[in-house]
Design a binder for this molecule. Sequence first.
Ligand SMILES: Nc1ncnc2c1ncn2[C@@H]1O[C@H](COP(=O)(O)OP(=O)(O)OP(=O)(O)O)[C@@H](O)[C@H]1O
Length: 298
Amino acid sequence: MTEHAAITVEGLCHSYGSKPVLNELSFTLEKGKVYGILGANGAGKTTLINLLLGRLKPTAGKINILNMQAGSVQAKAKVGAMLQVGSLPGSLTVEEQLTLFASYHSAPLTIAKALRLCDLNQHRDKAFNQLSGGLKQRLLFAIAIIGNPEIVFLDEPSLAMDVSARKQMWQTIGALKAQGKTVLLTTHYMEEAEALSDELFILSKGHIVAQGSAAELSQSMQVSEVSFRYNDSLESIQKQLNKWRWQLDEGIAKTRCSAPNELLKAAFNAGFECQQLSVKPSSLEQTFMTLNKQEQAA
Ligand SMILES: Nc1ncnc2c1ncn2[C@@H]1O[C@H](COP(=O)(O)OP(=O)(O)OP(=O)(O)O)[C@@H](O)[C@H]1O
């Protein structure tokens, strides 16, 4: 493990009984970076986080957290987590919960700072039971960072958060990164994955099927999204440029192709004016969907 590594995972496997869920995963997460794990429902994202936290024991393989064993008392002291099942004592207020969790750590954030970072100041006196789903998420996020951890695991953190709370959380994650902390998050929101992550992992059928920045993943698909204004019918463009499958959306014709030059040549030869022409690499969402489809078919 190098001094820059926050987490190293080698040959990690996990099965629930006879059902394999993760198969031979190996990767390194560097300090001071934000990592996103993408995967369809049931791909094994939560299982991976539980293994990294030491809440589950691997069937095989090694996990090293800041040169310590996952789940050891020393490793736990350096890690904060926001999990999907986050139940708290119902009658304690936001402030009381944070005070309680802060007391478990040797050098926690102040309660005032945690309240501010998670935009919870005006809700500090509300009991957990009285909080809306989004506010409960904000409190769980505050609890994940109250111990001032070196590594933060966030399992679908923005679920149920409104737009402003989500943006506030994004800013806080950016601030954690700027302080050299490592963040690993799972999300189903591609926009969130793209905005936050230095590097993404796509999990499918127990394997990492792609890894890299959002731009790298999109470019690796070698598929472009081409669109231009088209004032006729879908049937008409489909007939004239029949090598590609077209969509027509409010006067904009769109398609995906691996050779945009060939398409544009065909369009110009056919006399298309191609106003508002746009040629972009495949979006992260499209890349994710294509990779998943390929893996399911394999
Ligand atoms: N305690 C368990 N016992 C048996 N099988 C489990 C258990 N927990 C999860 N699984 C199974 O393991 C697989 C991976 O589940 P996991 O929750 O890790 O997926 P996920 O990628 O986090 O899914 P989601 O996006 O829906 O949260 C699923 O098929 C799930 O049914």
